[in-house]
Design a binder for this molecule. Structure first.
Ligand code: FAD
Ligand code: S2G
Ligand code: ZN
Length: 472
């Protein structure tokens, strides 16, 4: 795991669980929703990447906001630290205990509460799985404004708490724009009902300021014509020019613009079954473009014209437009499958960075030069949002290689005016690195808000904020 993880000390201010605590939780939740079973705790203590592992002795499954409130009120009075957990697909160690924090998992709070078929405003509980919401909305002719590879497991509560970006941000904006309100419970058990307001809500607290129990979100109507093109180009400058052309010539129907380099493509072809590169002559970069509009003929003509023009200008070496939904899914599989393919390599280091678009691939090249043949460096991500997913895969974890990667990657990002966390959050992985992207004054302000809302620091301790700024 990452170096900073092992240097954290368990705060002496937090109590340890005792039998009275467990009996209290059983009283308010019922025995079956108070989990002490070794196997289920093993899963809940381990993150999706199997990189971060806690030692919690208890997982609680509240069924409603009132139960979350009672749990937090009790934990706050007993100084028991907790970790809010959604789908546990987070990639920065934010969703699992660092030590013996009590796990509060929102999975049982998975009901759709209201949907307005005119405005598209959905109100649901935080534990709704993203894919289930998408399926529900599909029956109403609407879609979720965000989509990500973890859709089958991640919760809307976790998406809101990490201010997740994902594959549709280029079209529908970040959750800052679509989340209209939340209901949340603060450390002392107070229920904050900010659900009714239509003002925007700045989130991204990663469970350190409160537990999100309900979300109201604006969902766009489902449009009839979705087209996907998979194209290859020779160099990163062409990737950028294609992005400019796509924004200009596809305009309002552009709904996704993802890139992956040939190392990422090789990784997917080597580690996933049933995938193949639709481009006959392999190239250095691949781009997946999706358009979503309301007129199939118009949209297809537009996409074909765009592709032809890019070929004529020599920006694109080859390209193919999906003939049907299956082929479109096979193109998406190449992009969404990279994370899964990485899981199958021995070990990997993962960086989720925002950078000026023109700088993105310079970092990949610089790091590739720095590591030589010590490791395989891959660059892919949401090019349209200036979000690079820089991943390094290696046979097994190796402190020497980590020492070559960090702090180099963070310093490089900071020097080039980027952010060390584009969409995944800081979690435990990057809490000590926050100063590469936030000024000391901003961190101090974040710490004062944390102090105000969670004076004992029981909510997701050791995460987001550095020990120097806030230590329970
Ligand atoms: P968890 O992992 O359970 O928790 C994440 C954080 O939120 C933790 O700090 C946790 O304490 C907190 N939390 C969870 N639920 C609540 C709640 N109800 N109230 C308060 N705090 C809470 N992320 C992206 O942004 N874009 C992507 O494109 C993307 N692609 C991914 C692809 C794959 C294959 C995988 C495995 C992950 C991907 N992720 C991506 C990362 C992850 O899916 C997101 O961060 C997601 O939003 C986490 O949701 P979750 O419900 O799994 O939250
Ligand atoms: C994606 C997943 C994280 C990663 O696929 O868009 O957010 O680095 C990522 O694989
Ligand atoms: Zn991503």
């Amino acid at each position: 795991g990452s170096a900073s993880f092992s240097q954290i000390q368990r705060s002496p201010l937090f109590s340890s669980l005792n039998s009275e605590d467990v009996s209290y939780f059983k009283e308010i939740l019922g025995d079956k929703n108070v989990i002490e079973d070794e196997e289920r705790l093993e899963t809940a203590n381990t993150d999706w990447m199997h990189k971060y592992k806690g030692s919690s002795k208890l997982m609680l499954l509240p069924k409603n906001t009132e139960e979350v409130s009672q749990i937090l009120k009790y934990c706050d009075s007993r100084s028991l630290a907790v970790v809010p957990q959604g789908g546990n697909t987070g990639l920065v160690g934010g969703s699992v205990p660092v030590f013996d924090e009590v796990i509060i998992n929102l999975s049982l709070m998975n009901k759709v509460l209201a949907f307005d078929e005119v405005s598209g405003i959905l109100v649901c509980e935080a534990g709704c799985i993203l894919e289930n919401l998408a399926t529900f909305l599909d029956t109403k002719g609407f879609i979720m404004p965000l989509d990500l590879g973890a859709k089958g497991s991640c919760h809307i509560g976790g998406n809101v708490s990490t201010n997740a970006g994902g594959l549709r941000l280029i079209r529908y904006g970040s959750l800052h724009g679509t989340v209209l309100g939340v209901e949340a419970v603060t450390a002392n058990g107070n229920v904050l009902d900010m659900l009714g307001t239509l003002r925007k809500d700045n989130t991204g607290s990663e469970g350190s300021l409160g537990i999100v129990t309900k979300v109201s979100i604006l969902t766009p109507p489902k449009l009839s014509s979705v087209n996907v093109a998979f194209i290859a180009c020779n160099d990163y400058l062409s990737c950028q020019k294609i992005l400019v052309e796509a924004k200009k010539n596809l305009g309002e129907i552009l709904s996704a613009f993802e890139f992956l380099d040939n190392s990422s493509m090789d990784l997917v072809l080597n580690h996933l079954d049933g995938v193949r590169n639709p481009i006959s002559s392999s190239d250095n970069f691949y781009i997946l473009i999706e358009t979503t509009g309301s007129d199939e003929t118009h949209d297809r003509e537009k996409l074909e014209a765009f592709l032809l023009k890019s070929l004529e200008k020599g920006l694109v070496s080859d390209g193919v437009i999906a003939q049907d939904i299956n082929q479109a899914s096979s193109f998406w599989r190449l992009r969404e499958g990279i994370t899964e393919a990485l899981q199958k390599t021995g070990a990997f280091y993962k960086y989720d960075l925002s950078l000026p678009v023109e700088e993105i691939y310079n970092l990949v090249n610089d790091l590739r030069e720095r590591l030589g043949d010590l490791a395989n460096v891959m660059g892919y991500g949401h090019l349209g949002d200036g979000n690079l997913h820089l991943n390094i895969s290696i046979a097994e974890y190796n402190e020497k290689v980590l020492g070559l990667i960090e702090p180099f990657v963070y310093e490089w990002t900071s020097k080039h005016r980027g952010s060390i966390s584009a969409e995944h959050g800081l979690g435990v992985m990057k809490a000590e690195e926050i100063f590469y992207s936030k000024s000391p004054e901003t961190v101090a302000l974040m710490a004062s808000i944390k102090k105000l809302l969670d004076p004992k620091g029981i909510l997701n301790p050791y995460k987001v904020l550095p020990h120097s700024a806030f230590s329970p």
